[in-house]
Design a protein around this ligand. Structure first.
Ligand code: GCB
Length: 597
């Protein structure tokens, strides 16, 4: 699905701002049929949960309603008209005046609803959106709704970050021409100094297609015609980690000399490949440094915010991070575009976090009932997961920054049924994108002895907390565990191994001369121990610390005002460990610490 942009044939109107807001229990049966009878207003984009002081709103189970009036531009009478939600977490129903016009399930991928026959150019309409943050065993991510002793519904889930909901990304009204470019898939390669850009363009009707590529200075360097074509770029400038270079690809649907539709997107020429133990970008071994992140900030929750985005990338550059994982859901497209422009490498993760009943069993890892069963991750869950994968890859396939898909975080890959559940999803991902490696982030209970699915994937991504959840504050023991664990994976798989999570909760301001959990020194020493071990393995391809910043979680006795494993605080102040990481990472330039060249 193409992102709405402004081109010579397309226009868009941003609908962000303050919308009327209410929760279903305080509105009538069909609240969309009139002006919402509510004193509340909510900011868009923002999760609604932390905007209000009322606990009934914060932890509401059921639908919430957003509403505003929208005016359609006068000049759009010959155009097709759509409303686009960059995300509605986790499900949405869209109403124009009194009518339901569209629905969507999945909280982190965009969707369009066509309004062409419902609205008139120059006219206005009432746009109401019902959004539900509910999670069940058949949603991605999964959750559970229980009814408490007082009769209240309560949402629980199998991940620690707070289940923020609402319209956390932008909303647009946009137009496209009647005959349109519907999709494009870009694959790039190079040989010597010649780059190649392979294109598959989909159009609404059988029309002629012309394409051209301009370099960063605007000069056209390649042209072709036809819906499928391969363009060559002489003296290509590659997109590289830390040294982004983007060409502009312009696609036109034409009738003779008449341009019916025109669309421009940035293209980076680069290759990604896994070979033996190596992760190669442009044929060169790449070593990941960086973080698992969250879209999370005070008041906004998961609301996208350009200022936070810019600042987070600045801090990543300051610390020498060359990459991050979109843990644990697809991030706003603006973030990937920023990464494209700034040469930051992205592991793009689905929202499939918590497919693991073992986590309910605590550190024993014993599931109360099987994860892959009618009761939990069943065929409908997998269908939702498949649909989510289609939408994620459909949205992000053309971003040069995205070098790998992460299909799930910490699934019960050690349990019966894991293979049956994941094999079709892996096949689907490879069919949707044959060019990028696949991975999943491995939970501690999934060991090199008992995991059942690693052979389906390309990279071993370990989430390991030796020295925190296991061997707490005992780094000598933790070091031995970690050493054996990594060695076991290398020996079993022959694949590249990296760490996608390692971290220690740290309360800034607590200090100790001894190894004490929660102190700033312990976070540093814990990371240093991990790094010592990583550096012993030439097959090790990267380190992403958990987490970039402290983040909000649901209530629980394991968390004090959220998860504190951030290297930065929630308001992005560095803890001591930040300087230690900076010291290690700056200047590595994608090379393994200690590696030559
Ligand atoms: C994990 C999860 C992550 C948690 C983290 C923790 O394994 O993948 O979502 O936040 O551990 O801090 O416990």
């Amino acid at each position: 699905m193409l992102k709405p942009i402004s081109t010579p044939t397309r226009e868009l109107v941003n609908l962000d701002g303050v919308w009327r807001f209410g929760i279903d229990t305080r509105l009538g049966e069909t609240p969309w049929t009139a002006r919402l009878d509510t004193p509340l207003e909510a900011a868009v984009p923002a999760s609604y949960n932390d905007l209000f002081t009322d606990p009934e709103i914060r932890d509401h189970v059921g639908w919430v309603y957003y509403q505003r009036e929208v005016r359609v531009p006068r000049g759009w009478s010959d155009e097709r008209i759509f409303v686009r939600f960059d995300a509605a977490t986790h499900a949405a129903r869209v109403y124009v005046d009194d009518a339901l016009v569209g629905e969507h399930v999945g909280g982190y991928t965009p969707f369009d609803v066509e309004l062409t026959d419902r609205v008139a150019a120059g006219g206005s309409f009432r746009l109401t959106v019902a959004v539900s943050g509910d999670l069940t065993n058949e949603t991605i991510p999964p959750g559970k709704i229980e009814v408490g002793m007082d009769g209240r519904q309560k949402q629980t889930y199998f991940h620690d970050f707070y289940n923020y909901a609402g319209l956390a990304r932008s909303v647009w009204l946009h137009s496209i021409p009647r005959i349109s470019i519907d999709d494009v898939t870009v694959t790039t390669d190079f040989e010597g100094s010649v780059g190649s850009v392979d294109l598959r363009v989909e159009t609404s009707d059988a029309v002629d297609v012309r394409v051209r590529i301009a370099d960063a200075g605007g000069e056209v360097v390649a042209e072709a015609s036809g819906a499928s074509s391969t363009l060559s770029i002489a003296d290509v400038v590659l997109w590289k980690p830390g040294a982004a270079y983007l060409y502009d690809l312009t696609i036109e649907a034409v009738d003779g000399d008449r341009v019916l539709d025109s669309y421009t997107l940035p293209v980076g020429v680069r290759t990604v490949e896994v070979r033996g133990h190596e992760f190669l970008i442009n044929g060169e071994p790449f070593y990941f440094t960086g973080f698992g992140k969250h879209e999370d900030s005070a008041v906004r929750g998961k609301g996208h915010d350009d200022a936070y985005m810019v600042h987070d990338f600045q801090l990543m550059e300051w610390i020498g991070a060359n990459s991050f994982r979109t843990s644990h859901y697809p991030y706003a497209e603006d973030v990937l575009e920023f990464a494209d422009r700034h040469g930051i490498v992205v592991i793009d993760e689905t929202a499939a976090v918590g497919l693991n009943m073992g986590v309910v069993g605590g550190m024993s890892g014993k599931p109360p009932f099987p994860t892959f069963s009618e009761q939990f991750a069943n065929d409908n869950t997998r269908a939702a997961h498949a649909q989510h994968l289609r939408e994620l890859i459909g949205r992000d396939k053309n971003h040069p920054s995205v070098v790998m898909w992460c299909i799930a975080n910490e699934p019960a890959s050690n349990e019966d049924g894991a293979r049956e559940y994941f094999e079709p999803l892996v096949d689907l991902a490879r069919e949707l994108d044959p060019t990028r490696p696949l991975t999943y982030a491995l939970v501690m209970f999934a060991t090199f002895q008992n995991d059942r699915i690693i052979d389906l994937f390309d990279v071993v991504s370990l989430n390991r907390y030796y020295g925190w959840y296991v061997a707490t504050a005992d780094l000598p023991t933790a070091e031995r565990y970690l050493q054996g664990d990594i060695a076991g994976w290398i020996e079993r798989t022959g694949k590249p191994v990296m760490m996608t999570e390692y971290g220690a909760d740290t309360q800034p301001g607590i200090h100790s001369v001894w190894d004490q959990a929660w102190t700033e020194e312990y976070q540093r020493d814990y990371l240093a121990m991990n790094h010592r071990v990583f550096d012993r393995f030439p097959q090790f391809v990267g380190e992403q610390v958990w987490n970039f910043a402290d983040f909000a979680t649901s209530n629980g006795i394991h968390r004090v005002d959220g998860n504190k494993k951030g290297v930065f605080t929630r308001d992005r102040k560095p803890k001591s460990a930040a300087w230690a990481l900076r010291e290690r990472w700056r200047g590595l330039d994608g090379r393994k610490p200690g590696a030559d060249g």
